[in-house]
Design a protein around this ligand. Structure first.
Ligand code: ZN
Length: 396
């Protein structure tokens, strides 16, 4: 194969022959080409007989090579059908009708949208308008999603919320709710808002609500109410991590009252860690320190009891341990312990369900993290539908 032919094959589309190459500026290349004539058929009547009506020049964008822009100026025929005397354009493989870019260009653009840090960089590299990128990207994402989302509810799901942005008008933070399919390990749906009404409206179209057996959630009342109404056969599991950190805030507050500031005392972290994970000398120092502050010690001891509750094996044993713990809490005079007791009693079944299933909401939190990263990379999203498409198409 001659060098010219190799280059032509590499650079150009099939059925196109190169005539001239010009360089425009530093990085623009213009290839003047002609479409190789081929037997065509009339799109109106499928007749194969025609004459050439006229020649036309079209300019299309092709995929950049080594950072250099490539434009093709192609001469193609406009044909006139002999039997129905309607005119039609000669199609060029690799370019859709009425488009001024090749399919290769679009594919490469989508790759860049996925891999570049933000869409502004894509715009610079591919030298096309914002509108073009947005349209190409979100159309494709929407199409991908349609293939993915056409299935019913699985047996185990997780539900959680995260902040989406601030609503300037209402002057408050907007929230979105993420539902994660634990079985297939992927985000199921993203809903704007976190109230029962928002969720009902956006989730009703998914079939198979009765399939859902287990739902992992944080200690969040609106979700609890919604799940009870929406999934008839579902039981809830309160997330272990969220139960364990219920007292952390109070421990920190009390410690701040003692030391006067946030950071000075080095055992700050030790207080929040599970006592079991401390080294023996650290644990000893900590208990010694706590001797001087009985109230902090009491809160700390209850936090440790929560940790040891989660180390229990078996549902029945956990039930017993749970009752013991709440009974002990009832004797305490501290306000935060009473609040905690109320919360625990209210969520008793959900917390104890963990010992049946060992489900946590970690996967949902993981996808939340992915969503937050996407949001930061894009410097925030204005449109919720676009955000939803990006998150649901993102893979871990
Ligand atoms: Zn015809």
């Amino acid at each position: 194969m001659s060098a010219e032919k190799t280059i032509t094959n590499f650079l150009l589309l099939p059925e196109i022959k190169i005539i001239k190459h010009e360089r425009i500026g530093i990085s623009d290349n213009l290839y003047t080409c002609v479409k190789v004539p081929k037997q065509e058929y009339c799109p109106h009547c499928a007749s194969g007989k025609y004459w050439v009506h006229e020649y036309r020049w079209v300019k299309v964008k092709d995929e950049p090579v080594r950072g250099k822009q490539i434009n093709l100026k192609i001469r193609k025929r406009r044909l006139k059908c002999k039997s129905c005397s309607k005119t039609f354009n000669e199609p060029i493989p690799g370019i859709l009708p009425r488009k001024r870019f090749t399919q290769r260009f679009k594919r490469s653009l989508l790759w860049a949208c996925k891999n570049y840090r933000d869409l502004k960089k894509v715009r610079r590299a591919y030298r096309c308008s914002n509108d073009f990128i947005y349209k190409a990207l979100y159309e494709t994402l929407n199409l991908n999603l349609k293939h993915k989302l056409s299935y019913a509810w699985p047996s185990v799901i997780g539900i959680d919320e995260h902040a989406f942005g601030r609503s300037v008008k209402a002057r408050k933070t907007r929230f979105v709710t993420m539902l994660v399919d634990f079985k297939n390990k992927r985000p199921m749906e993203l809903v704007e808002g976190r109230s029962g009404r928002d969720l009902w409206g956006s989730l009703q179209h998914i079939p198979g609500r009765e399939n859902v057996q287990w739902v992992a959630l944080d200690l969040c009342d609106p979700y609890k109410k919604f799940i009870n109404e929406f999934f008839p056969n579902a039981q809830m599991v309160a997330d272990k991590f969220h139960v364990l950190r219920l007292l952390n805030h109070h421990i920190m507050r009390r410690r701040k009252e003692i030391t006067g500031n946030r950071a000075s005392w080095k055992a700050r972290k030790l207080l929040l860690m599970s006592n079991k994970n401390l080294k023996w000398n650290e644990a000893r120092a900590l208990w010694k320190y706590l001797e001087d502050f009985p109230e902090l010690k009491e809160v700390y001891a209850f936090k440790e009891s929560l940790h040891s509750l989660y180390r229990t094996r078996g549902y029945k044993r956990a039930c017993k341990a749970f009752t013991k713990l709440t009974d002990r809490m009832a004797l305490s005079k501290l306000k935060e312990i009473q609040t905690l007791r109320k919360t625990l009693v209210k969520w008793r079944n959900e917390i104890l369900n963990y010992f049946k299933t060992r489900i946590t909401n970690a996967r949902t939190e993981g996808f939340n993290h992915v969503a937050k990263l996407l949001k930061r990379n894009a410097f925030g999203f204005k449109s919720f539908p676009n955000y939803r498409l990006r998150v649901l198409n993102a893979s871990l």
